[in-house]
Design a protein around this ligand. Sequence first.
Ligand SMILES: [Zn+2]
Length: 199
Amino acid sequence: MSSPSTRRLLKESSDLHKNPSPYFTAAPISDTNLHDWHFTLAGPPSPSPYAQGLYHGRITFPATYPLRPPSFRFLTPSGRFEVNREICLSISGHHEETWQPAWGQGQVGGMEGSDELRREYARLSLGWSCRECGVGNLEAMRELWGVCLERGIEVEDEIAAVGGSAGVDAGVEGQRETVEAEAEAAAPASEGGCCSCWK
Ligand SMILES: [Zn+2]
């Protein structure tokens, strides 16, 4: 049970807990399997089409972690990453800065949605919750921002305003079908397996 991999993951989980970021939260989905985590991530700032969106996904750590990298999947539709498909991210862990390049172009598992579609998904993402772990994006992040504020960690205005006025209202539900149809039409940007871009 106490393999180097497990000890490392326990430490990372505890570090993340001790030093919370207002942009990113992640935890193992059960106490018995530390190699399967779910995360919730705030989109990059404006003018990004993902600004004020919240995205949930899965991190799978191999038994040989940290010698081998974890793999990532997004579960919340974004118009950027295919849902529940392994994506190639050359990030090493849990700091939000390392996520920023992932929103750029060209990753395996990326897709070509229009900015309009991506903005629509960003709005819809606030009402999204995970069927597997039961976490709601907005609830999870609000809890996190509460913790950050208590500890004197700055939460930028744009982030703190997420879900404040627009977004999670009745109008959003009605738009969902349109967006899903449009999303199906958006073809994946690339094919093939994950590259070995782990650094
Ligand atoms: Zn989840």
